[in-house]
Design a protein around this ligand. Structure first.
Ligand SMILES: *[C@@H]1O[C@H](CO)[C@@H](O)[C@H](O)[C@H]1NC(C)=O
Ligand SMILES: *[C@@H]1O[C@H](CO)[C@@H](O)[C@H](O)[C@H]1NC(C)=O
Length: 368
């Protein structure tokens, strides 16, 4: 891999320092975009919604491309409704009827998906400004740590909650996320997820139906017509959900009802093999671009589930650099607890009690 000449590195470092100093001087509630860079591997994050806005890496011929969908301006992220790259919470995915019972008390959330609550409600963690706690843009292990204090009653959730997320370039072409959340005074459900949309050919370069996906998951949680889990956890064997061997996304995508008439594709929570609740990192997925780029991505995480979504609802979205995103223009692999766990006692619990800490780790390993 060619290294950037020293003056360029110095410039990058100065730019990074300037950005950091600017952010501090201008007040911690300023929204900015922060780059983490290691050679020709670059990741950008904004403290609006703790959102991953760009991941640039080479292909097998050395051509760089940005492999996540997104927008050019923060204003577009503020207005956007696709959760591109966002950190979603307090509870990712759907909570049926925007309602749950905890310790005998009924809680009503803000419904924003019909009568259900989706991704934390109308103004979830992806629609707020996070505080930049720490930022190192270059060097061996560039990282940014963002912090959000979620208040008691926010979107209907109980109790104050301190939330941190750190994005770090943890290896040559490796991006890791560490999320944690501490319940300060009341028990509350917590289920955070990163909602990056991946297209390993490059954002805006066609659909991902030719990508091959392998999921290390032998079971999934079937849903009803409103995409709410029925409560069952069933084997994938013999169904179009079986992705245990590397499979082109397009092979079965049209065999799967996508939650709305005429919409097909995966929007499915898989139970990751290796034991629910185990804290160790487990291999979740391997994705490979079926085109000429040679790019591949491995995902490891410590969560019981992974929501596999194939961009079924994307339609004429104006994205970065004039690109337009259509159906199947990207795929999401949102590691998390099981959807609607708070209403299914047989699902791994997502309840965090005062003094307890929720921890969620993800590692993306890229190759080309
Ligand atoms: C906000 O998003 C909607 C689509 O969700 C779009 O129709 C509208 O033009 C956007 N507004 C601005 C100011 O970008
Ligand atoms: C949560 O993460 C932040 C940032 O990495 C760290 O400073 C803090 O100690 C962590 N909290 C807990 C309770 O582990």
């Amino acid at each position: 891999m060619a290294r950037a000449p020293a003056p360029l590195l110095l410039l990058a470092l100065l730019a990074a320092l300037a950005a950091a100093a600017g952010a501090n001087a201008a007040g911690r509630k300023m929204v900015g975009v922060y780059e983490l860079r290691k050679g020709d591997f670059s990741v950008k994050v904004t403290n609006w919604g703790a959102t991953l806005t760009s991941v640039v890496l080479p292909d097998c011929k050395g051509n760089l491309a940005d492999v996540v969908l997104g927008y050019d301006t923060i204003a577009d992220y503020v207005n956007g409704s696709y959760y591109f790259g966002a950190l979603v919470g307090r509870v990712a995915n759907r909570v049926a009827n925007a309602r749950f019972v905890l310790d005998g008390k009924v809680y009503h959330l803000v419904p924003n998906d019909g009568k259900n609550a989706l991704h934390g409600g109308k103004r979830g963690f992806s629609k707020v400004i996070w505080t930049v706690k720490d930022y190192v843009g270059g060097g061996d292990s560039p990282y940014i740590t963002l912090y959000y204090h979620s208040f008691d009653g926010e979107e209907g959730f109980p109790g104050d909650l301190d939330v941190y997320v750190t994005y770090r370039l943890s290896g040559r072409y490796e991006l890791s996320l560490h999320m944690n959340a501490t319940a300060l005074d009341k028990a509350t459900p917590v289920n955070l997820a990163n909602h990056a949309y991946w297209n390993l050919a490059g954002q805006g370069r066609g659909d991902i139906l030719g990508h091959t996906v392998q999921l290390f998951a032998s079971r999934y949680t079937p849903v009803d017509g409103a995409l709410i889990p029925t409560g069952a956890v069933v084997p994938v064997a013999g169904t179009p959900y079986d992705l245990r061997a590397p499979t082109p996304v397009g092979a079965h995508v049209r065999a799967i009802y996508g939650g709305k008439a005429g919409i097909y594709g995966y929007d499915t929570n898989y139970a990751v093999d290796g034991g629910a609740g185990a804290a160790a990192l487990r291999k979740v997925a391997v994705v490979r671009d079926g085109g000429g780029s040679g790019r591949a991505m491995e995902l490891w995480a410590n969560q019981p589930g992974v929501q596999f979504y194939t961009g079924n609802f994307l339609k004429d979205v104006k994205g970065k650099g004039g690109k337009v995103y259509g159906q199947y223009g990207a795929l999401c692999l949102e590691t998390q607890g099981f959807p609607d766990a708070v209403n299914h006692p047989n699902f791994p619990s997502q309840i965090v009690r005062p003094g307890q800490v929720y921890r969620h780790d993800m590692v993306f390993k890229f190759s080309f």
